[in-house]
Design a protein around this ligand. Structure first.
Ligand code: SIN
Length: 243
């Protein structure tokens, strides 16, 4: 029987969970949810920023005609849920919601998914701001999981490559503005991007989700702390010419 017809719990990722799930899962599939749009309106001082210099990460904002594309993952054990609870709720300030997921593969029926969402009452809520200000903030912040630029660009790349039909103007405009800031300030993109998706599981997960195929659960590889690496360098060392 299709696992979507079982009692499995599925989680919908629309932010870093798309390119770095970080937990063991069974099947995964690309698709979308309705009535929400993705916005970089949640602040972050634990992964992609610090208390004194919080970064900005994605959340979902209700919009009657909106839709957000991402990936649904089938959870296979208690450990995954408690990992997500720590990462998204305790550290990220998100709360949970359950919505209907529509798989890209039209032969699959819609099914319920759990998702993590921030609202104006969430801890770290940053809210709306002009896109050029959000882009500047993202360009200037990093935290224990890596630079805020990495978060944005890996998500934009994932959407462009794996979900081309899910064009997201907010995400695409931010990507353009951030790439412009990087150029204007002569920052080193390679240093900002850290080790990211070279992680075998993240890459395999992205490929599997895009192809709508079942992936065997893998032991999670330790993610290298790119923050520790980059903060040991004086800021000017992030400039390409000095690396
Ligand atoms: C998600 O990816 O679905 C939640 C937001 C995040 O952790 O980036």
């Amino acid at each position: 029987m299709d696992s979507r017809e079982t009692r499995s719990l599925w989680v919908f990722g629309y932010g870093s969970l798309c390119w770095h799930p970080g937990f063991q899962f069974g099947a995964s599939t690309v698709g979308y949810i309705r009535h929400y749009v993705r916005r970089f309106w949640q602040g972050n001082s634990t992964h992609r920023g610090t208390v004194t210099k919080p970064g900005r990460v994605a959340t979902l904002v209700e919009e009657p005609n909106g839709a957000t594309w991402g990936v649904a993952y089938e959870l296979t054990g208690e450990a995954a849920l408690s990992y997500l609870e720590t990462r998204e709720v305790s550290l990220g300030g998100y709360t949970t919601n359950v919505v209907t997921f529509f798989p890209r593969d039209a032969s699959l029926n819609p099914f319920p998914v759990l998702l993590y969402i921030a609202t104006p009452s969430s801890r770290e809520w940053a809210g709306s701001a002009p896109l050029h200000e959000i882009a500047t903030q993202i360009t200037q912040c990093s935290g224990p999981s890596g630079h805020n630029v990495e978060y944005l660009l890996r998500l934009a790349q994932f959407m462009r490559e794996k979900v081309p039909e899910g064009y997201d103007e907010h995400l695409a405009t931010l990507e353009t503005l951030v790439r412009l800031r990087i150029k204007e300030n002569n920052l080193c993109l390679k240093a900002l991007m850290g080790d990211g998706p070279t992680e075998p599981q993240a890459a395999a997960a992205a490929a599997a989700a895009a192809a709508n195929i079942r992936q065997e659960p893998q032991p999670q590889e330790e993610r290298r702390d790119t923050f520790q690496f980059s903060t040991k360098l004086p800021p000017k060392k992030l400039r390409c010419l000095n690396v």
